[in-house]
Design a protein around this ligand. Structure first.
Ligand code: COA
Length: 362
């Protein structure tokens, strides 16, 4: 028995490969650093979905169809009641996704890829008592998300930063939410069911729920001088430092660097809180030193969530919505894995070791 299924190989995939020793992520044959420099969200989506549906998927056509799918799913926002606006955003997104029809065809996939992108900004506005902004199907998905969030056209740098984020996190091997998606797909339940299971797995703080707490940590630390003492006390209390450590990476998570780079145009044009960036640099530096001292046998480095927090904060997403934004980007990976599993895999049905009492004779 391997606790947490560590090192267990549970699927064969052509979608992505996480090399934890080299700190390298490959998505369909392309290394992340190259993909993030050259691809839009729509390009990455076309790349991931390629070959898993009857019709070939070209990025240009996918963009137009995704735009129409955003308009289609926006109709469901009308069914969002006040209670949904008060729930944690990722739970409310999941509740609305649950109302979409299930299926395995390309239209279902497009609706699912569009749904969190439309629902999250709408729910955030509803939560503040504001009217949701309808999608503009002619915009690329990243620009439209920001326009729906703020009711204003975003800057070029903001669109590029969100696009880089969505591409960076589009797929990442057999992480917990992707595995959940594949388990559901292996039963042939349908793509909507797979995505719902994946969202549920994503929201935990050990997976996609970490970036909000990263920002809380930076706020509590407050000043560069307080970084080391605060981190030491947190570790003394037995806490984990959010935004550090990874099950697979034994070196720096390459997605952290992709996101750090994506932040730079925003930093260069003053579209970020520079004090927070400087503080985060000091916290990262102090955390790496102290983690090395406290856990000498376990290489712990910065992970994707640390820079996610800074980037999404700079884009004016409220911290409670960060996991929902992660879901916007990762949905396309969940869909591709679900299709791969449904088309090529078998029912996933592992065994457990029974360690409970045995029946006694009467
Ligand atoms: N801060 C402090 N210590 C950490 C740590 C962190 N962020 N991450 C791991 N460790 C320590 C554990 O306490 C454990 O120490 P021990 O052996 O003395 O008990 C050791 O490193 C191994 O941890 P383990 O639980 O085996 O790691 P894992 O592979 O199960 O966990 C994470 C991976 C991501 C869940 C873990 O690193 C974590 O909780 N990170 C913080 C949350 C986070 O950033 N999540 C987003 C991931 S992308």
């Amino acid at each position: 028995m391997k606790n947490g299924l560590e090192d267990v190989i549970a699927a064969e995939t052509r979608l992505s490969d996480v090399d934890g020793e080299a700190g390298r992520l490959i998505i369909r044959g392309i290394s992340l650093d190259h993909l993030v420099e050259t691809a839009t969200y729509e390009d990455a989506a076309a790349l991931l979905l390629d070959g898993f549906f009857e019709q070939p998927v070209a990025a240009g056509e996918l963009g137009a169809r995704l735009g129409r799918a955003r308009t289609e799913v926006f109709a469901h926002v009308r069914t969002a009641d006040e209670a949904l606006g008060k729930m944690p955003p990722v739970d409310a997104v999941r509740a609305l996704v649950a109302r979409l029809p299930d299926g395995e065809d390309f239209d279902t996939a497009l609706r699912l890829a569009a749904a969190p992108a439309v629902f999250l900004p709408a729910l955030l506005r509803l939560g503040k008592g504001e009217t949701p902004v309808a999608p503009n199907p002619s915009l690329p998905q990243s620009a439209d998300i920001l326009a729906m969030l703020t009711a204003a056209l975003p800057s070029r740098e903001q669109v590029a930063a969100l696009d880089a984020y969505l591409v960076t996190i589009c797929d990442h091997g057999l992480n917990a939410s992707t595995f959940a998606s594949r388990v559901i797909a292996s039963t042939k339940a349908g793509l909507t069911s797979s995505v719902l299971a994946a969202i549920s797995a994503l929201k935990g703080p050990l997976h996609g729920g970490a970036p909000g707490p990263v920002l809380d940590m930076l706020d509590t630390i407050g000043t560069k001088d307080n970084a080391r003492p605060w981190l030491a006390e947190a570790l003394d209390r037995g806490e984990r430092l959010m935004g550090f450590g990874h099950r697979i990476y034994r070196v720096r998570d390459p997605r952290a660097d992709a996101l750090k780079q994506a932040l730079e145009p925003l930093v260069g044009t003053g579209q970020v809180d520079l004090d927070r960036i400087r503080l985060s640099e000091a916290v990262e530096e102090a955390a790496l030193v102290i983690l090395k001292e406290r856990k000498p046998g376990r290489p712990l480095d910065v992970n994707v969530e640390f820079y996610t927090a800074l980037l999404l904060d700079a884009l004016k997403f409220p911290r409670e919505a960060f996991t929902g934004v992660f879901a916007i980007g990762r949905t396309i990976g969940w869909i591709a894995h679900a299709r791969e599993q449904a088309l090529e895999g078998r029912l996933i049905r592992p065994r457990s070791v029974y360690v409970g009492p045995l029946p006694r004779a009467a």
